[in-house]
Design a protein around this ligand. Structure first.
Ligand SMILES: [Zn+2]
Length: 135
């Protein structure tokens, strides 16, 4: 079967269509142009929101069952977003903010309780003054 495909000029041989996409057998899929999601990940790439352009199919040796896998254009793929320095900084800042005592503004080197947002020193001081005021 011949079909117009988007990864090559002109008409290419396919094995028909599967859910509207050209169906390719494992052997005739152009490995330099198309890749499955797993193959993209192995290359440090992701589909980048693009839809699969073809369906790859093969047969399991043991079970004899046919499997299908979506094929993406490698040209449309984008690198998997790594943790950038800016992201690490933002994360560190968020963690630091959770440690800062809202009363004395110091970093007690532990995450302060979310109920009080105070370090234990200030919390105790508060308790004592409240008790002193009460008596
Ligand atoms: Zn404090």
């Amino acid at each position: 079967m011949k079909a117009l495909v988007c990864w090559a000029d002109g008409v290419q041989f396919t094995r028909g269509t599967h859910e509207g996409l050209p169906l390719l057998s494992y052997r005739c899929a152009p490995r330099d142009k198309l890749a499955t999601y797993r193959q993209l990940r192995a290359m440090g790439l992701r589909p980048n929101g693009s839809d699969p352009v073809a369906v790859l199919y093969g047969r399991h040796n043991r079970s004899g069952k046919t499997w299908f896998a979506s094929l993406y254009l490698i040209a449309n793929a984008a690198p998997v977003r790594p943790m950038t320095p800016a992201k690490w900084t933002a994360l560190a800042k968020a963690n630091l903010a959770r440690r800062i005592c809202q009363t004395c503004g110091k970093d007690p080197l532990y995450v302060v309780p979310t109920s009080t947002h105070q370090c234990w020193k200030c919390f105790e001081l508060n308790e004592n003054t409240e008790m002193a005021e009460a008596s």
